[in-house]
Ligand binder design. Structure first.
Ligand code: SF4
Ligand code: SF4
Length: 323
């Protein structure tokens, strides 16, 4: 539930203008900060800027009084970046890499390009190529009521994914690639939209990423890497989750702090706003919006089957109306 917005100057717009054949040269020459005001291209693509103001994902207020992401974690790398980084990876290497990450407890891996609108902090990002990692949150956190104990468990989960991310980064460095870790708690990146962009799931009304493996019960981290040919997928097959969320509001009802506000948009749809300063997810380890989410209680497959049946029924009803 990261919220701060980055407004630092870009030095790297040229990178995006490079043609495919010059990409590797550009990578070597333009290892500059990617922090940027929203580019005009991004403005066109963003659902937030589709004119009417309606957005599928919950909007977040600017006030990040909850403390999420306020901490700077030390770099835990054991291996230095290689002096002459490699820029390409074979399919075999990617397979080995993925099986290594799974052996460390990572549940899903996605690949994408970071864009300035997903960055929160004004920080040097050497490469746009991004590996996104998810790790399960333990059931203990869900079972523990908000308070000191839940917060400790939650902090421990962030720390664990941080350690794993640095191990994975070291693995990449040993294999000749340059890396930089985005720690899951550091608030450098807006993780849920980044993971959605990487095709790992879809953001639900709660503002959390819903995934087939874990529903919303997960933590997310990222690694920026010099590998220019990451197997990035262009499609995301989970966009139906928005429609499902429109018919469910369990997370909104479950929130004890009224931090999820539903309001009607100009198109007559509902939009949910996460009021960061009211949310006690980071400060007290609150997980009520996870606990009551059908993707957690019933599981992804169950929800998907139910959604498909509901959609088929609606279609047939509408068809009969037309006859
Ligand atoms: S249920 Fe808890 S974690 Fe979820 S939005 Fe409300 S306060 Fe935040
Ligand atoms: S509780 Fe319901 S509305 Fe909230 S994220 Fe989960 S499925 Fe969507």
């Amino acid at each position: 539930m990261d919220n701060n917005k980055c407004g630092c100057e870009s030095k790297n717009n040229e990178y995006y203008a490079e043609s495919e054949e010059n990409k590797l040269d550009a990578l070597k020459e333009n290892a500059e900060c990617l922090c940027d005001e929203k580019s005009s291209e991004n403005e066109k693509e963003s659902p937030e800027n589709s004119g009417c103001g309606c957005d599928e994902s919950p909007a977040e207020t600017d006030d990040s009084g909850c403390g999420c992401g306020d901490v700077e974690y030390p770099d835990q790398s054991q291996v230095n970046n290689p002096e002459n980084a490699e820029f390409l990876a074979s399919e075999d290497f990617i397979k080995e890499f993925e099986s290594y990450t799974k052996s460390l407890g990572i549940s899903s891996i996605g690949y994408t390009q970071i864009t300035s609108d997903l960055l929160i902090k004004d920080k040097f990002i050497p490469y746009p190529h991004t590996i996104v990692l998810t790790m399960p949150m333990s059931e203990d956190i869900i079972a523990t009521a908000p308070g000191e104990e839940a917060q400790e468990l939650n902090n421990a989960a962030y720390a664990k994914l941080g350690e794993i991310s640095y191990k994975i980064s070291d693995y990449l460095r040993k294999n000749g690639y340059n890396t930089q870790v985005a720690h899951p708690y550091e608030g450098m990146v807006n993780f849920s939209p980044l993971a959605q962009k990487a095709g790992l799931g879809w953001i639900g009304k709660s503002g959390l990423l819903m995934t087939p493996e874990l529903g919303p019960r997960l933590k997310i981290s990222a690694i920026f890497v010099s590998i220019a040919n990451l197997p990035v997928k262009s499609e995301n097959k989970y966009s139906w989750i928005s429609d499902y969320c429109n018919r469910c509001s369990n997370c909104v009802k479950a929130c004890p702090e009224k931090a999820l506000l539903e309001k009607e948009t100009c198109c007559g749809n509902n939009e949910t706003e996460l009021v960061q300063k009211l949310c006690i997810g980071c400060s007290q380890g609150c997980t009520y919006c996870i606990e009551d989410c059908p993707f957690h209680t019933k599981g992804y497959e169950h929800v998907k089957i139910k959604f498909d049946k509901m959609s088929a029924k609606l279609r047939s009803k509408n068809k009969n109306k037309c006859v």
